[in-house]
Design a protein around this ligand. Structure first.
Ligand SMILES: Cc1cc2nc3c(=O)[nH]c(=O)nc-3n(C[C@H](O)[C@H](O)[C@H](O)COP(=O)(O)O)c2cc1C
Length: 221
């Protein structure tokens, strides 16, 4: 696979086969991801890899919390208000997703099924949780975490393994801390699910869009 194919071909996968990923393959992915750049080569990331019963317990309890309407409280807070032009892209993405699934906007049950699929982590057999030392400069380490997660997703893609970076996977941090034994001096930043993609699922196949570079690049000479 060329780098171009990896960059263009990686996409968020939203339904996985249940087959586990062999541990040596997961190790190779993590081994490649560590070559991501970081400030001063500090490599501030720490990963917790959940599979098997631990992941299933997390998945089902999280789903129960979502159905019960328990509030979402990630440790890296999400912005409450997005700039207008970004919100527009978010809404367009939502429309594309619903159309790909054949779900009408007013179909509440259909939308709920989508949420449930998401809260069940798309049936992924593996969740990698990225943490940092809670005492570090939290904002600054976000840059390094972003870089290492993209590297991880590209490496997975190169090995035929799908990924989805998931804010939803870290929305109930107390539960995650308990099941994965994450100590209080670590901040939970983001999770990525990994697994073999279900090739027929519409959200693994729809045509994605990106803004043209003219929308976000300004040239100065
Ligand atoms: C920080 C971050 C959090 C994300 N959280 C979720 C999530 O909770 N659920 C989800 O379905 N996708 C999530 N995504 C995936 C994005 O929706 C996806 O990257 C975006 O729509 C672009 O699509 P692509 O990854 O297929 O290119 C997240 C991506 C990032 C970078």
């Amino acid at each position: 696979m060329t780098l171009e194919e990896a960059i263009r071909g990686r996409r968020s996968i939203r339904k996985f086969r249940r087959d586990p990923i062999p541990e040596e393959v997961l190790r190779e992915i993590l081994d490649q991801a560590r070559w991501a750049p970081s400030w001063g080569n500090t490599q501030p990331w720490e990963f917790v890899v959940l599979t098997g019963n631990a992941l299933d317990e997390f998945r089902t309890t999280k789903h129960r919390k979502m159905v019960a309407g328990e509030a979402f409280s990630p440790e890296i807070p999400m912005p409450e208000v997005w700039p207008e032009h970004l919100n527009k892209r978010y809404k367009e993405n939502g429309k594309i997703v619903l159309t790909a699934m054949g779900i009408a906007r007013e179909d509440k049950e259909g939308r709920m099924r989508l949420y449930e699929n998401m809260f069940l982590l798309f049936d992924a057999p593996c969740l990698v949780v990225a943490c940092i030392d809670a005492k570090s400069l939290v904002e600054y380490a976000m840059l390094d975490i972003g870089l290492v997660l993209q590297t991880l997703c590209l490496s997975a893609h190169d090995k035929g393994i799908g990924s989805c970076i998931m804010a939803v996977s870290v929305g109930y941090p107390a539960l995650l801390r308990k099941i994965a034994a994450i100590p209080d001096d670590r901040r939970i930043v983001m999770g990525v699910v990994l697994g073999y993609p279900d090739p027929d699922y519409p959200l693994n196949r729809f045509q994605r869009v990106r803004a043209d570079i003219s929308e976000f690049v300004r040239w100065v000479s």
